[in-house]
Ligand binder design. Structure first.
Ligand SMILES: [Fe+2]
Length: 265
């Protein structure tokens, strides 16, 4: 792929936290699928650097889980990004497969995760890290979804109570950012207490039609509800990236790859 667009979302904080906060930006990367924009992803890196982000949030599927997993580009990008920014990473279904099926992939999954952590990536596996960004108290959570959540033909129900079992309770006095690969459970993420959920996975619905939006997901589901964009529910928000790469259906129509910038105001 040769080009991507930059999509910018303005994230409004709750009023009590707004008083603490100065404006800042963060990057959301999702579904790169080992694609490089320019040599060594120089074009993508330049676009990220020009935003001067305080953090980079990664919501999975940076690699491709073919029988010979493709992960060299993803590794090189993580190596570069961690030299300049704190990078928070939650796995997608491709990382999950490579990590869990050692009989197919050997040690490739472990190698990938060991390598990115050696670069300094904060890998969040049903865990969190508490950070302050310009005096604003933020907790970044990473939810590793059960494998059934990626099933093709029957929707798996995920509840806020299950998320609490996996993560514990959200922090009451802090801004809770939840990184998760699949956006389909937004109601549960919001009910659990995520102030801002970041996700990807659906590649914008592959083919986008006027008024109807995305047509199909990489798992062959039609007209996904949360295909890309910003969604709101009871004061909680979710941003879904259309992703930077492709797999399964190597096609995008009216749906360019995108780099997402989050502007906190
Ligand atoms: Fe995915």
């Amino acid at each position: 792929m040769s080009e991507f667009k930059l999509t910018r979302y303005r994230i409004r904080m709750s009023d009590d936290l707004r008083s603490l906060q100065q404006p800042f930006s963060a990057i959301l990367l999702s579904d790169l699928h080992n694609v490089s924009y320019g040599d060594g992803n120089s074009v993508l890196l330049q676009a990220i650097r020009s935003e001067k982000p305080e953090a980079v949030f990664v919501t999975g599927d940076m690699l491709v889980s073919t029988n010979e997993p493709q992960m060299d580009v993803a590794l090189a990008l993580m190596d570069e990004l961690t030299k300049q920014y704190p990078v928070y990473y939650v796995e997608g279904n491709h990382e999950y497969k490579v990590r869990h099926y050692a009989e197919v992939y050997g040690g490739d999954g472990e190698h990938f995760f060991e390598a990115i952590q050696s670069f300094g990536v904060h890998l969040l596996k049903n865990s969190c890290e508490r950070i302050d960004i310009h005096r604003m108290p933020v907790t970044v959570w990473g939810l590793e979804l059960p494998w059934q959540c990626y099933r093709r033909f029957r929707k798996y129900e995920l509840t806020a109570a299950q998320i609490t079992e996996l993560l514990g309770e959200p922090d009451k006095e802090r801004y809770n950012i939840l990184l998760v690969h699949h956006p389909i459970y937004f109601e549960a993420y919001a009910a659990w207490g995520a102030d801002l959920t970041l996700a990807g996975h659906l590649h914008g619905g592959i083919v986008r039609l006027p008024y109807l939006g995305g047509v199909i997901t990489p798992q062959f589901r039609l007209f996904p509800k949360y295909d890309r964009g910003i969604f709101k529910r009871g004061g909680k928000q979710m941003v879904v990236s259309a992703g930077l790469g492709s797999h399964s259906i190597p096609l995008r129509i009216n749906n360019p790859p995108e780099l997402v910038v989050l502007d906190y105001i």
